[in-house]
Design a protein around this ligand. Structure first.
Ligand SMILES: [Mg+2]
Ligand SMILES: [Zn+2]
Length: 185
């Protein structure tokens, strides 16, 4: 039986790990701290047969605060911490560019398009994107992904299909309530 969601795309900072304060960036592996319950939530998606792929804006590279090797080290630390919690990532796509210079920085959908090119079995209409910024939900609009906004308080996000508090709640909603378009209940 095919999974309910071919893939669930996750923002990184503020969604999987604790985000840096405004104007700062997560540039050291030792600064990676998982948010509560995320490893168990991602493990649930793993068990449900959905790919879990991170799509992250990393403008710190363009700003000279982080090298691409440094970014890899941060991402490896994230994957290691998740693995310690029994969770697996199937891919990480990062935009290293500054604002306005590319098609991949969210709310652009270039990272998603690259993932779909490299994983041709994934059907966009059977995928979801989860993130704590309106850029994350907007990135999923053109391709027709289910869009889940994370926020501790009520927000108005015209690109969100639903708003929930955190990633565990998003996974719960995706696996028990939401259905991809065209899939009968
Ligand atoms: Mg974020
Ligand atoms: Zn980019």
């Amino acid at each position: 039986m095919s999974p309910r969601w071919d893939a669930v795309f996750l923002d990184r900072d503020g969604t999987v790990n604790v985000g840096a304060p405004p104007g700062e960036y997560v540039v050291h592996p030792e600064s990676v701290v998982l948010l509560p319950g995320v490893a168990a939530a991602i493990a649930r998606l793993n068990r449900a047969g959905s790919d879990v792929i991170v799509v992250t804006n990393q403008r710190a590279v363009a700003l000279g605060l982080l090298t691409l090797d440094g970014l890899d080290a941060v991402n490896r630390r994230l994957a290691d911490l998740l693995a310690d919690g029994g969770a697996r990532l199937d891919g990480i796509y990062a935009c290293p560019h500054d604002e306005g210079g590319c098609a991949c920085r969210k709310p652009g959908d270039g990272l998603l398009r690259r993932a779909f090119e490299e994983h041709p079995a994934l059907r966009p209409s059977r995928c979801a994107i989860v993130g704590d910024s309106p850029r994350d939900t907007a990135a999923g609009t053109a391709l027709g992904l289910m869009r889940v906004r994370l926020s501790a308080r009520a927000v108005t996000d015209p690109h969100a299909d639903v708003t929930v508090a955190d990633l565990p709640a998003a996974v719960d909603w995706l696996l028990t309530v939401a259905r991809p378009a065209g899939i009968p209940r």
